[in-house]
Design a protein around this ligand. Sequence first.
Ligand code: BES
Ligand code: MN
Ligand code: ZN
Length: 493
Amino acid sequence: MQIAFTKSALPKTGAVVIPVFEDDDSALKAVDEAAGGALAKAAAAEFKAKKNQTLDIIAPRGLDNSRVILIGAGKSKAFKPLDAESLGGTAAARLLSTREKSASIWLQGFDAPGVGADEVAARIAFGALLRSYRFDKYRTKLEKDQKPALTRISIHTASTKAKTLFADLQKIADGVFLTRDLVSEPPNVLYPESFAARCKELEALGVKVTVLGVKEMTKLGMGSLLGVGQGSAKEPKLVAMEWMGGKKGDAPVAFVGKGVTFDTGGISLKPGPGMEDMKWDMGGAGAVTGAIAALAGRKAKANVVGVIGLVENMPDGAAQRPGDITTSMSGQTIEILNTDAEGRLVLADAIWWTQETYKPKAVVDLATLTGAILISLAHEYAGLFTQDDALASELAHAGAATGDRVWRMPLDKAHYEMIKSDVADMKNIGGKEGGSSTAAAFIGKFVKEGQAWAHLDIAGMAWSKKDAPTCPKGGTGYGVRLLDEWVRANYEG
Ligand code: BES
Ligand code: MN
Ligand code: ZN
């Protein structure tokens, strides 16, 4: 999607989008003068300008425009940057369902008291861009009229700075789209080696990418991660992506992602129906990769490293068994009681290696870790587990600012107690109760004393079965914006 900002008058032809507040319809009035009041007449009956309400007026009388789409913006005083994104996304969705090739969004006279005109324009553009994402790679028989026609949106605004603001947002969208692509790829195409190859492409942005294979990981003693992958024909990989845009020599912050490219459950096999969903069990690794792409793309002034553990969890003659005891890189031993609790085993070694290699200021891990978090938080929030109140509050702020929302969940001594084993240093599952917290505690066993760390369980967030204003159904790219904003607010400048 091409997006341009312009000060020019509204085009006399083509499609036009006009946002309207419940309590202020100045933007609409200005255009409606030329239409001799036809728009107000069309709107009168049903259009209340409620948030994201749309009214598509085709060939309005008195104008040569093909259509005028009114979009509700709610109450002007309550209008926030995220509302601007939703509005842009809603406009794009409406336009994408038509055969219009280009459209203009009219923002002259659309003034929100609480948000600057630059930000309103840039965020509307950002929302429209985010909503225009498609993953059509494997749909080879789409008819021309099944593909969207819209390729260009012009934002008509008096703002001079919107374009600059949008330039950074566009890089963030690149990161979100990379994550959505990775999460959407089928598991026969995206497996550890091919995922690592996609990471290598970030070198073009100035990212240093290191890939460890089985040989290196065996040497390092990563028995926990390797145990998960040993039933697969695909070789596990560990990828480190370094973006060092900050002060030379400053310790980086680290993101660590669970990258299970397919999770069958292993010998503790999952039920068949719905198993295809487990192609996106690499959503944490996808988010980490997309976040590094966003940060590097916009040349963030911070040192950040993204580490992802990539494995496929398969049942096989060589697969790990319930009852096995593995030794992690940290030296701690693990009794495997359920081979389907594999994500934590991958993170254990990835997190340990990250601390040993980078001595990071803070570690945030992301993982589609437990079904239990869906029971707690549905698809509304990622679960946030940490004993660090400052870090919790930073992440909560970043979540609220970006819409990648997090909700703090408990993690304390009791949860650590629940994963004690009779035969090893710990077991890889607690009971059926508090499953997300015991999973977090398991990861916590691999976090060094004094290390700032938070864990995000994103099992409910990586994929969506329905459209949202700024995200078509499918891979959401959750986490990219959260991590980017967390770095921007706390580690840049
Ligand atoms: N990848 C799953 C978690 C998951 C479930 C993500 C549903 C998205 C949707 C994870 O590896 C898993 O299987 N967890 C088990 C843990 C259990 C065996 C302790 C679960 O949640 O059932
Ligand atoms: Mn599993
Ligand atoms: Zn899993």
